[in-house]
Write a protein that binds this ligand. Structure first.
Ligand SMILES: NC(=O)c1ccc[n+]([C@@H]2O[C@H](COP(=O)([O-])OP(=O)(O)OC[C@H]3O[C@@H](n4cnc5c(N)ncnc54)[C@H](O)[C@@H]3O)[C@@H](O)[C@H]2O)c1
Length: 391
């Protein structure tokens, strides 16, 4: 293939996730991406890709002329600085979730991309759960008005169970200075993004987090949040890494009924024949309710997860395909997670939009209090991760 039919990709950070992406490309699962370079601070990690040009620094990789595009799969704080360098070098950029740890850092990246002279590089985020066709269908039912105005949302996402061994693997994980948070920062960015993608951001958030409730960690491993929208719609978001078997249940009550997506099951919709408020205001009966039908909603789609995002990134660069996860949208899920954490730390309701500078100051305080020693440590969980992400 020549340079016009293939994108030469460099991956920064070939730990658990970065090496899964690298191996998928080497196995030709993403035909329009070529693994042209890898970069990692840890020589042992680079050694696993000895046949590919390797760099200890992303700046050297950018200067090498070997790459057209970069995928960042490092610990979270580095997404911002490395991302700024990639954009300054005019390379296309795909960032692992979360875009950055807090809103101000996300805005720095987005501003740099917006200020880039045309044509701007493709700037995407690894929102692989957006490829689940059930969420795309739910979004369509909301945006077309089929479900009617949303009145209540509940998401119980407690099946992110993680063991003490996972956290004890050390390094940057589960520390304020290394990871920037716990379950809201590492596991939930997918659901926080889907929440904002489906329902938009609320006007206010009141949350309670528990820090090291189930594990010997300094960051949150449990959170329950109440969200309220300007039109009175409410939401409850419950998450933890300490519960097994746990639940993944998204329940949405709209004027036209209730939709549930639970576990790997189908999207189920109990559809009101008449919108519930209209029925309430027009019926003469005291205990009647709208007639409701169970609707089978087909959800066509590939559910291609990480591979679909990688293919879409290449297609966006080579053929202008619309991105599944445009990175500038990544700030919204980060802001939602920041709002939950700040509400818990400040012990009060917080209004959105958040004051990004105030959140950044709070992060500086958290980082100063952190027990993390900022030296990257080889992760003992790499083989477990590879096994659970086999594709
Ligand atoms: N989309 C998903 O499903 C998914 C799943 C897991 C992890 N992730 C994300 O992937 C990213 C990496 O997570 P992980 O679990 O692979 O972590 P990891 O610790 O296994 O790997 C990180 C790698 O980055 C390297 N590194 C650190 N700083 C660097 C720097 N400045 N320059 C070059 N290399 C550097 C480390 O040496 C390590 O090899 C995180 O953003 C995480 O949230 C996404």
């Amino acid at each position: 293939m020549n340079a016009k039919s293939v994108v030469r990709l460099g991956i920064v950070g070939v730990g658990n996730m970065g090496s899964a992406h690298a191996n998928a490309i080497l196995e030709r699962k993403v035909p329009r991406l070529e693994l042209a370079a890898v970069c990692d601070r840890d020589p042992a990690r680079l050694a696993r890709f000895a046949a590919i040009p390797g760099f200890a620094s992303h700046l050297e990789m950018l200067a090498s002329g070997l790459v057209d595009a970069v995928l960042i799969a490092t610990p979270h704080y580095d997404h911002t600085g490395i991302g700024l360098d990639v954009l300054a070098a005019g390379k296309h950029l795909l960032v692992e979730k979360p875009l950055s740890v807090h809103k101000a850092d996300c805005e720095r990246l987005i501003r740099a991309w917006q200020k880039h002279p045309e044509p701007r590089p493709v700037f995407a985020e690894m929102f692989n759960q957006r490829t689940d066709p059930r969420y795309a269908k739910l979004r369509q039912l909301i945006q077309t008005g089929e479900l009617g105005a949303i009145r209540r949302i509940n998401w119980i996402i407690t099946d992110w169970f993680r063991t003490e061994a996972y956290y004890a693997s050390g390094g940057w994980r589960a520390t304020w200075a290394g990871e920037g948070g716990g379950v809201l920062m590492n596991q939930c960015p997918h659901q926080l993004d889907l929440w904002q993608w489906l329902f938009g951001l609320p006007a206010k958030v009141r949350a309670h987090c528990q820090f090291g409730r189930f594990h010997a960690i300094e960051v949150e491993d449990a959170c329950t949040a109440y969200l309220e929208y300007a039109d009175g719609a409410t939401g409850v978001f419950i998450t933890t890494t300490g519960e097994s078997p746990g639940t993944n249940r998204l329940e949405v009550a709209g004027e036209r009924g209730r939709i549930v997506i639970e576990g790997p099951g189908p999207l189920t919709w109990i559809r009101n024949q008449v919108p519930m408020s209209e029925f309430s205001q027009t019926t003469k009966a005291a205990f009647d309710r709208p007639e409701a039908w169970k609707v089978e909603v087909p959800c066509p789609g590939a559910n291609g997860q990480h591979l679909e995002i990688l293919r879409n990134f290449a297609d966006a660069i080579l053929a202008g395909a619309p991105l599944i996860g445009p990175a500038p949208e990544g700030v919204h899920g980060v802001e939602l997670g920041n709002a939950m954490l700040m509400s818990a730390l400040w012990d009060r309701t917080v209004a959105l939009p958040l004051d990004a500078a105030a959140v950044a100051v709070e992060y500086q305080r958290l980082i100063a209090s952190s027990r993390h020693k900022p030296e990257p440590a080889a992760s003992a969980i790499a083989s477990d991760f590879a096994a659970s992400h086999r594709r």
